[in-house]
Design a binder for this molecule. Structure first.
Ligand code: NAD
Length: 296
């Protein structure tokens, strides 16, 4: 019999991921802090649960897709949390991007209940979530990875077991460094090029044909050119992710100098009221520093 799947956190990413699992034939029990999102999936055949505890009581595998470390900690160990309802032998799969240190702590308390946990953060954005083409990087035991693989293969295209507990989150931190620093570099190129009299679309076209090619220029092209920054991936979440990377760098004694600078730029976006915009709105920080709007 197919495993019964619980899904907690039905936001920009979680909702389409849950829908893909339902379309693949899995029976889902869902929960979200604001209940309307769970009710929407209920109309499509899922069972809506009132709390993470209720999800855990009805599920063999419990997936979480929540914003940050405190949210995952709350959903798992808080009042009416997963730990209060989890059965022995159950598996928690946290697909949120959170701290590897918090991941290890949560995996240990889940282990005390005779259950286990994988960290399985994703990249590929809202489009990857809708299309079921996410990249999924998994930390934890090999047996737990094999058990969850059929679910991962519904939600993602590239599924990789990268190491023990926490290794998925470390890999995701590496991914977030490269994504943020690339957006920043593309932004600098666009502002310099534009101020120098070259149209932004020409800069993107030409750079796409050579060594400077990167996927940001393709995926974020329309947003960058039209200055419409509806998310996508919110700048404030990317700021959270660079915080995770910097904390890991401190823990492991690794210098991340440019990550620290871009972290400060993302912080300033939050102060300017741009935290809810797509992370590609980092372009506006460079435009602001240079007092030049690209394309103008
Ligand atoms: P989101 O804010 O859109 O969704 C989070 C959902 O969790 C919301 O619906 C919220 O109501 C719910 N929630 C929060 N706390 C809860 C709790 N205690 N119990 C139940 N529900 C709760 O965020 P998102 O964009 O879907 O991102 C989720 C995670 O995925 C984050 O860690 C993010 O960094 C990561 N991520 C996002 C993207 C992206 O492009 N949006 C890409 C890759 C990874």
């Amino acid at each position: 019999m197919a495993e019964k799947v619980g899904f907690i956190g039905l936001g920009i990413m979680g909702k389409p991921m849950a829908k893909n699992l339902m379309q693949a034939g899995y029976e889902l029990v869902v929960n979200n802090r604001s209940p309307e999102k769970a009710e929407e999936l209920e109309r499509e055949g899922a069972t809506a649960a009132k709390s993470p505890r209720e999800v855990a009581g009805q599920s063999d595998i419990i997936i979480t897709m929540l914003p940050d470390s405190p949210d995952v900690r709350e959903a798992l160990t808080g009042e009416n949390g997963v730990l209060e309802g989890i059965e022995e032998g159950a598996l928690v799969v946290d697909m949120s991007t959170i701290s590897p240190v918090v991941t290890e702590e949560l995996a240990a308390v889940i282990g005390e209940k005779g259950a286990s946990m994988l960290d399985a953060p994703v990249s590929g954005g809202d489009v990857g979530a809708v299309e079921g083409t996410l990249s999924i990087m998994v930390g934890g035991l090999e047996g737990d990875f094999e058990r969850s693989k059929p679910l991962f293969e519904v939600m993602g295209k590239t599924v990789t077991h990268v190491g023990p507990t926490g290794a998925g989150q470390v890999t995701k931190a590496c991914n977030q460094i490269v994504a943020a620093l690339t957006i920043e570099a593309v932004s600098e190129a666009l502002v310099l090029g534009s101020k120098g009299g070259v149209a932004p679309e020409k800069i993107l076209d030409v750079l796409s044909g050579g060594l400077a090619y990167n996927k940001i220029m393709e995926v974020k092209r329309e947003k960058l050119l039209s200055h419409t920054f509806d998310p996508g991936f919110r700048a404030e979440l990317h700021h959270k992710d660079l915080g995770i990377a910097l904390a890991a760098g401190r823990e492991y004694g690794v210098a991340l100098p440019v990550t620290a600078i871009v972290d400060q730029m993302l912080l300033s976006m939050k102060r300017k009221g741009w935290g809810g915009e797509d992370h590609s709105a980092l372009l506006k920080v460079i435009e602001d520093l240079s007092q030049h709007e690209t394309g103008s």
